[in-house]
Design a protein around this ligand. Sequence first.
Ligand code: PEP
Ligand code: MG
Length: 853
Amino acid sequence: MSELVLLAPLSGWSAPLEEVPDPVFSGRMLGDGVAIDPLGETLCAPCAGQIVTLPETRHAVTLRTDQGVDVLMHVGVDTVALGGEGFRAHVTAGQRVLAGEALLSFDLDLLARRAPSLLTPVLVISPGEAHLVQRTVGHAVQLGEVLMQWAVEPGTPASPPSEDGQQMLARTVRVALEQGIHARPAAQMAAGLKGLRAQVHVRFAGRLADARSATALMTLGVRRDAEVHIQARGPDAHDALEALAALLSRHAPSVAARAAPVPAQGLVIPVAPAAGAVLRGVVASRGFAVGPAARLEQRDIDVVEAGSGIARETAELRRAREEVRAGLERSLGAATGAAAEILAAHLALLEDPQLERLALEHIGQGKSAAFAWRAAIGVSIEALRALEDARMAERVDDLIDVQRQVLLALAGESLARGEPLPPGSILIAEELLPSQLVGLEAGTLGGICLAAGGATSHVSILAAAAGIPALVALGPPVRAIAPGTALVLDAETGQLQVDPGEQSLAGARRQLERAAERRERERAAAQRECRMADGTRIEVLANLGSLADAELAVRNGAEGCGLLRTEFLFLDRLEAPTEAEQRAVYQRIAAALGGRPLTIRTLDIGGDKPIPYLPLPAEENPALGLRGIRTSLWREDLLDAQLRAVLAVEPIGQCRLLLPMITDLAEVRAVRARVDEACRRIGRHVPIELGVMVETPACALLADALAGEVDFFSIGTNDLTQYTLAMDRGHPQLAARLDALHPAVLRLIGRTAEAARAAGRRTAVCGGLASDPAAAAVLIGLGVHELSCVPSLIPRLKTSIGQLTLAQCDELARAALALDSAEAVRALCEAAGEIAPEPARGRLSATRDGIAP
Ligand code: PEP
Ligand code: MG
């Protein structure tokens, strides 16, 4: 241990950090130290060292001591907003300074008028390496007086300054994440940096957050389109910066429908709704349910403040976190899609180094493990709430959830608590935490009604993924509904009928039974091959993203897989899957399909699908840059391994290869050469069917030329629409206009199908339009004979197709092609669809294939 003495960098009044009106400082999110209310106007070095950061706004400076510890001095609160006005720097980044040397000067009067507070935190921001021994607070201090003493562990500096000053790499990135930096992207950022050694920070609005700390990142309150400054220092700083930039500039569309988030209700004493009352809420997960009300009893967890010894409490906390970690990992192993992302975010919060540090500090001060954990997370919860951003406030649930899980583990209780709910009951609660929903026997739940909550909350996403109808934001009266009260939950129109009377109940039950019978009939009929009313054969396949999808698809009558998005194997990990790993997964999916065709698309990354371990060059416009087949041809090593893995799947002949983002023949020929080489390497003599995704107008317009080179076409309407209409597929303002039924897109589909037919090739559609029940007739009329859709839609789609004739479809397609807008085509298709009984209704789907029932 060596000693680090920090002198007062300013004259003034020393105060505890709790007094700084900024939760990031008062909550010690960046580190521990002292705040000074300044009387002087020159900030001086508290010790000797090297200047490592000095932003253009000159309102803060970080000094690295010779022991490798970083000391941050931040003049006033929110002073970044002054844009440098009133500040003058006397040093530059990289410069060595002596203790007491002037670093920067500021105009105290101007700051007093323009900044919310002058309190100047002086913090050690690498507390893992240093322990605070003593500090002066609540006193007048003179410049140069001893302010703090720290004990620094030997040999711990993560990145000692090198001869050249070990330049910090930095860049500014515009955040494209739709909901800003919230729990899931924060967790992904921490995960993406796991194998790297660089120190990485994100700076926003004058605050600095460790990019490995999900809580610190969330409390920055970064929204979509904000510009953040990311900086990295260390041996692999460049890779870290690239990985982080890729994640931040990734446009990750939300996985649930949007609705205005609703703040939690206060302490209103609710009045029970009268019999026959109808409450209105926000649809969080579509569906219909009839059943008795049931409550989830939530007990407060008692927390004792005083601990029984540092060693014992530390061990207790470790045990409880381990227990929760094991539970989360178990659930994660069985989860897919959005549910998996949410569980991964909880895991990252549980492992957040900052939360752990804070908790251990509390234990060090004699508190119990439960008190310490609750207090540590409490700081972040308050900080998030203070942001007054409703979407961020929704993410508080995740913190409360992780807080509660550990407190339960500390209290020796399991998550599955209380009596199980009666099957088919409709759960009533103020709010529900994701872990509570996971802990319930979700399969037996009829529906969910929450007084508070928002449609984008994680519990709503989980409910939608599990197919449980749910309404949120029903208001306080819902809490007063007595258990056992008969309820009719219509999570299509957003209504909850309370005790509606025998007649209405019977009607609702009949409706539910009819819907269930119809689904059953459709599911049973879906096991047969799909034929139109006139006998024309149409193949209905499934889009898959995992083994679980394949199993569901087969149960629902899929005639094979028209698109396996192999990205799922490559995302959320630190290095590419090996050839053997890939082969094993493809083989399991092929087996689950029981011999039905399996169309495997080569890796489609880049654009809106970056992966951290494959940093692509920074691109002005990634959607028009290195993506799809372009990335594969740029990284032939990845392509070759993937091709060999696919070619080895048995039985030979079950798999087809599909190439994304093709624009010309040269790309197809280049891949074909790699396929031939891979066949030679593994000794395969049987050719594999090779198809291209028609996702660019260029590909559709060259379909006649391409038809000579490929075995089939599969139209990716998501990208084809984006590139034809020149509208970003993830743009929220353009979402309503981004309709694949646009006549320009339909003409390209028609042209492709025509070219394919002339050359005796098949045309499939695997984009979102194939999962739009209104579009099936027009697609068939345009010459498409294979539709690949979300697994849950298959029974419904097969039933609808069975009621159509080719002549009707041809006529509809001709009429659609003559129209001049997507609205007109949609109206035409929907009017035609009304002839068919019970048009499909949507259930929210967390897939890229749009709405599926
Ligand atoms: C498409 O673009 O329509 C498609 C199926 O590919 P993805 O959605 O995976 O980009
Ligand atoms: Mg695509």
